[in-house]
Design a protein around this ligand. Structure first.
Ligand code: NDP
Length: 499
């Protein structure tokens, strides 16, 4: 495999962008970190450094929070009419559209994902998120209440922005996660301090430039690349941050929740998953095989709702495994920037080691490799799309989120929906699941039984900005997207006047 798609092939916009050290966005200005420190950003398909970025820590977080506070309390943002906020969000989405190819290329370079996927999914969905959210500022009214307290009153509800919001996002969909977080915060009138993941800060920083170009007032959006233990922890702990929104691992989600207790800031968490894909014997094989493969292999398996546990009725188990393994073995592994690539590298050396560790553990605990199981090439972080069979519920590969292109497949042998659901729900996670059958009643009965925030029927990973997304159990608190996410960013005030 040729893993070295040359950086010379990059567009001049991206080449230019990465050629300069990138700074922090604080109070509308691009500035170095107070410490003067920077950190390196790497190309996951070669492991080579591609850019240098200012490294924020607690001192920069303090400045950014102060700027966000001023913007929230006193700046033009505080007095801005909803229609004007809507126009700014719409303008931002137009600017993103004008730079869509550049954003997709930058995302692919930084994260490793196939540029074709970034163009078809990440970037358009990010744009759509801002467009959808642009519709909300003008519709966020309260309501009047008919109260029965003795006396004569006029009582009504106001919905107000929660204030300064800290947002901490992961590396698997860097631009999209920024859009999912910023869109509703800005629609509701909050101000933001956003920390992208250390592995993938580039598109969030480029988005920061577009945000300034769109005309958002200084301090409304502050973007601080840095490390979780320093910048991230400073945001989660900060006494003047009113709310923190986090997407990432369940382990760090718990740390965020603990850190938030200082000033009891509001918390929303979108965490890990180990989502079941349940295939019934009557399912349409033409859909199941590509569907189950894409459920796990999309984005190199680095998807919180990846269909990573496949449950197939024993009548069709061998056929489904053979089909999924065949798809897996034919997927073209290569650098994200190569337009023919279907599976890119994992995001980082750390993630590469982690996933290899899971493959070793699966084998050591007795799983059989139906396809894949190894790495690809000598440079970069490439893992073969892998299917493991003969797995047992207690194995680490079945219990833990691998976050790589690794599917574990189990067979079941009865028709008792409660029992099947019990097995599928036997996980600490509850983010998503899918059910594959031609029988409508089975499909909807199973949808009710799966303990997860999203259930797909005869499909997986189908997203729309209008659908709420989030987890039951240890997959999180609150919902992203849809009307529902707005609740994360608003306080409810009851006002009662004696007449
Ligand atoms: P993390 O949960 O560590 O990272 C997510 C974000 O949290 C990053 O911005 C990170 O910063 C930040 N962070 C880390 N530690 C702290 C802290 N103490 N306080 C505040 N913020 C913090 O995920 P990893 O990158 O370590 O990935 C590990 C595993 O997490 C993956 O294998 C996968 O299982 C899961 N994961 C799940 C995701 C999801 O979408 N649900 C997304 C990403 C990972 P930084 O990276 O800059 O240090």
């Amino acid at each position: 495999m040729d893993v070295s798609v040359s950086l010379n092939g990059l567009s001049s916009a991206v080449k230019d962008y990465i050629s300069k050290p990138r700074q922090l966005l604080i109070d509308g200005q691009w500035v170095d970190a107070q410490s003067g420190k920077t950190f390196a950003v790497y190309d996951p398909s070669t492991g080579q450094q591609i850019a240098k970025v200012a490294e924020a820590d607690a001192a920069d977080v303090n400045l950014a929070v102060a700027a966000a506070r001023r913007a929230f309390d006193d700046g033009p943002w505080a007095k801005m009419k909803p229609a004007e906020r809507a126009r700014l969000l719409w303008k931002l989405s137009d600017l993103m559209e004008a730079h869509a190819d550049e954003l997709a290329e930058l995302e692919s370079l930084d994260n490793g994902k196939p540029v074709t996927v970034a163009k078809a999914a990440d970037v358009p969905f990010s744009i759509e998120t801002f467009r959808y959210m642009a519709g909300w500022p003008t519709k966020l009214g309260g309501k009047t209440l008919n109260i029965s307290a003795p006396g004569d009153y006029h009582s009504y509800i106001l919905r107000e922005p929660v204030g300064v919001v800290g947002q901490i996002i992961p590396w698997n969909f860097p631009l999209l996660m920024a859009a999912w977080k910023l869109g509703p915060a800005l629609a509701t009138g909050c101000t933001v301090v956003l920390k992208p993941a250390e592995q993938t800060p580039l598109t969030a920083l480029r988005l920061g430039e577009l945000i300034m170009e769109a005309g958002f007032p200084p301090g409304v959006v502050n973007i601080l690349p840095g490390f979780g233990e320093t910048a991230g922890a400073a945001i989660a702990n900060h006494p003047d941050v009113d709310k923190v929104a986090f997407t990432g691992s369940t382990e760090v989600g718990k740390m965020i929740a603990r850190a938030a207790t200082g000033n009891l800031k509001k918390v929303s968490l979108e965490l890990g998953g180990k989502s079941p894909v349940i295939v019934f014997p009557d399912a349409d094989m033409e859909r199941v095989i590509p569907g189950a493969a894409s459920a796990i292999f999309f984005n190199q398996g680095q998807t919180c709702c990846a269909g990573s546990r496949l449950f197939v009725h024993e009548k069709i188990f061998d056929k489904v495994i053979e089909g999924v393994a065949d798809v897996a073995s034919k997927l073209k592994v290569g650098p994200g920037l190569d337009p023919s690539t279907e599976i890119g590298p994992l995001v980082s050396d750390e993630q590469f080691s982690r996933v290899r560790g899971f493959l070793d553990s699966g084998r050591a605990e007795g799983a059989t490799v139906a396809t894949g199981g190894g790495t690809v090439g000598n440079a970069g972080y490439f893992v073969q799309p892998t299917v493991l069979i003969n797995v047992k519920p207690e194995m680490k590969v079945v219990r833990e989120e691998i976050f790589g292109p690794v599917l574990v497949a189990e067979r079941y042998n009865d028709d008792d929906l409660d029992r099947i659901a019990k097995e599928a729900n036997d996980t600490m996670y509850g983010l998503a699941g899918s059910v594959w059958t031609r029988d409508l009643a089975t499909a909807h009965k199973m949808a009710r039984r799966i303990k997860a925030g999203t259930v797909w029927i005869n499909c997986h990973n189908v997203f729309d900005v209008s659908q709420p997304f989030g987890g039951y159990k240890q997959s999180g608190w609150g919902r992203e997207l849809g009307e529902e996410v707005l609740n994360n960013y608003m306080e409810t005030k009851a006002v009662t006047a004696a007449l």
